[in-house]
Design a protein around this ligand. Structure first.
Ligand code: CA
Length: 639
């Protein structure tokens, strides 16, 4: 994940596809860290929770912690479970003047901030590193301007607080994620072998510099969210050659310094059927040497925690690898704190949610993700929270009189210090995304600090999971916040289609031509736009299908529409809404840009000349191997 605004989620993928077709390179998305030391735990002032951990028990039999936040105990959680915090933006934030406080309201210095994390049970800090996030004049691209020097600074504070450090090499000059895996400027044009050599040298030099500076590196990530693309390469032979080069360099640097450092690989989109099994099989076939298979997990994009456990268990059991969540987060509010739109906001990733948007929701989410990784068994080693401290430079309130002035001061700080997700200077390297949408933090409402830098109670979940808390259990029906809105969405006024959202048991009005069961009307709460059912599709091999219904219309002008979400269908995929009247067919093409990113193709101005005219409304999909997604909430209305 990164700081993208909600407005550019789709453009990111589109930009990547452009890149793919234009330059033969592309990319896709993610980030963060793991492991707890005795020292970190003993440094805490907590009482009951501390005893639970320092006594080497899992908290069984100990009294729950006093808190107004409800946290259910995770049974049998080992004391060495990794609780990570990715604070990659911290140094740039501080350079922009951001302040942090402890629970008593005392302002913290840098060491105090890292001590606070450790006191709350965080035992690992994750730091992303970009090769050269600067233009020729030395202007930073933003996103924390995360170069090696900043990782050294933050890494030393983390180490002195008793935490270990995970270094997340993107092997790019800016964000690497499922949509972007651009090689560093300095490596452009290199052959795979030349790139492997450069990557190996860079890794060993950087890691050695960190160790020499006294940073307690315990894990190194070779690439970030490398979903089928890595460092400008997109075939598995080349990717695995580069993974192996990075891994070998970590092994070599660790041996040189007599250290044990785990090698992690990091992927995203655990919700896709078969994705991780395929990736792990590729890594095994290419004999890539790694220790940890890490995943991003954002509940509004990445399926259920049960499914996460299933796909991570498959990798753990089949290949004997350790697994973890390298990134997760949840929103405490739908408000924006800095004047730059957020990933989770009203109308964006706020529907059919499994947890409430609140501090309590953060606690439930983090607790469940920890439980989901622990449910894998001994191989499930940890969970890292992504950017819990990426808060506003100055707090922006849309309705305040000085809103524009605050925004301008924030924007100036993002440009100068790189404390936003991207600065305008990134456009030379990332013209289609950062070049268009540069700005502040898109995750300030997913931090574990409030907008003005005070720690939220949800930061204490890393401790509370050992004992549970005294608060009354919170009942939350998944999706209940969006229930009223959903009801409205299903009930488009004057909709002439029958069973338009696939919720009724009688589906006979829909004619489905879907060879091999590649598509069907299914109960898929994670894939719906509303309700519980949708027209879901997926197949391992290339596939195509149609689904349609016929209605009888009076004379008039009509508009038809549908909603589509999904991904991985390939560059040549076709997604079409069509309306057929006699020999005439009108179509509206669309595309898929990710889980729960709904596109809305429409056919408008459809003229029916005579009463009693039959019209057939349908959807057609032609997808490459592994494409997945869902249609929902079709409509046909008289204009
Ligand atoms: Ca924001």
């Amino acid at each position: 994940m990164k700081g993208k605004t909600r407005g550019c989620m789709g453009l990111t993928l589109a930009g990547a596809l452009l890149l793919l077709s234009a330059a033969g390179c592309g990319g896709s998305e993610g980030e963060r860290v793991p492991e707890g030391t005795e020292e970190a735990m003993q440094a805490t002032p907590e009482t009951q929770t501390q005893e639970a951990q320092t006594q080497g028990t899992d908290g069984a039999g100990l009294a729950p912690a006093e808190s107004e936040l409800y946290v259910e105990r995770v049974e049998g959680l080992p004391e060495d479970f990794l609780f990570g915090a990715d604070v990659s933006s911290y140094v740039a934030e501080r350079e922009s003047g951001v302040r942090f406080y402890d629970y008593e309201g005392n302002e913290l210095d840098d060491q105090g901030f890292f001590d606070l994390l450790a006191d709350q049970g965080v035992n690992y800090v994750r730091l992303r590193v970009w090769n050269d996030p600067y233009d020729a004049e030395g202007h930073g691209y933003g996103g924390g301007n995360c170069d090696l020097e900043k990782a050294v600074r933050a890494g030393v504070w983390a180490t002195q607080a008793g935490m270990r450090v995970m270094i997340d090499f993107h092997y790019s000059d800016f964000w690497a994620d499922p949509a972007k895996q651009q090689a560093p400027k300095a490596w452009e044009g290199l052959s795979v072998e030349e790139k492997a050599k450069a990557l190996s040298e860079y890794t060993e030099e950087s890691l050695t510099a960190l160790l020499d500076a006294g940073v307690d590196v315990g894990m190194v990530q070779i690439g970030n969210e490398t979903n089928g693309k890595f460092c400008g390469e997109s075939d598995w032979d080349a990717m695995c050659r580069l993974f192996s080069a990075g891994s070998g360099a970590v092994r070599s640097a660790a041996a040189e310094k007599d250290r044990e450092i785990k090698v992690a690989l990091h992927f995203a989109n655990p919700e896709t059927e078969g994705r991780y099994a395929d990736y792990a099989a590729q890594l095994a076939a290419h004999e890539v040497d790694y220790d940890v298979f890490a995943s991003s997990y954002y509940p509004y994009w990445h399926g259920t925690t049960e499914h996460l456990t299933t796909v991570l268990s498959q990798v753990a059991e089949t290949y004997g690898k350790q697994v973890m969540v390298a990134e997760t987060s949840w929103a405490s509010t739908l408000s924006d704190g800095d004047g730059h739109g957020n990933t989770v906001a009203e109308g964006s990733n706020d529907r059919n949610l499994p947890y409430p948007i609140s501090e309590q929701g953060q606690a439930m989410e983090l607790r469940d993700v920890i439980a989901a990784v622990h449910a894998v068994g001994d191989k499930g080693i940890g969970v890292f929270y992504w950017e819990p401290a990426w808060i506003p430079v100055q707090v922006y309130e849309e309705s305040a009189k000085d809103a524009q002035a605050v925004y301008e001061r924030n924007a100036a700080a993002w440009e100068k210090d790189g404390s936003g997700w991207a600065a305008s200077y990134a456009k030379e390297y990332d013209p289609d995304d950062a070049g268009q949408w540069y700005g502040g933090s898109a995750v300030d409402n997913q931090a574990l600090f409030d907008f003005s830098g005070h720690p939220l109670e949800s930061l204490r979940v890393f401790r509370y999971v050992y004992t549970g808390t005294t608060a009354e259990p919170v009942a939350y029906e998944p999706g209940e916040d969006a229930a009223a809105e959903d009801a409205a969405a299903e009930d488009v006024e004057g909709n002439l289609l029958l069973n338009p959202g696939f919720e009724d048991a009688d589906v006979s009005m829909w004619r489905l031509d879907a060879p091999g069961d590649c598509a069907g009307i299914r109960e898929e709460p994670n894939n719906v736009r509303s309700g519980a059912y949708c027209l879901h599709f997926w197949a391992e091999d290339a596939f195509s299908y149609t689904a349609e219904q016929t209605v009888v219309l009076d004379a008039g002008t009509y508009r038809a529409g549908a909603y589509l979400q999904g991904g991985d269908a390939g560059d040549d995929a076709v997604f079409q809404l069509y309306v057929r009247v006699g020999d005439d067919t009108r179509t509206a093409e669309t595309e898929m840009t990710g889980w729960q990113n709904w596109s809305n193709p429409e056919v408008t101005g459809l003229v029916i000349a005579e009463d009693g005219t039959e019209a057939t409304i349908g959807v057609f999909v032609s997808s490459g191997p592994g494409g997945w997604g869902a249609w929902d909430d079709l409509y046909l209305v008289k204009e």
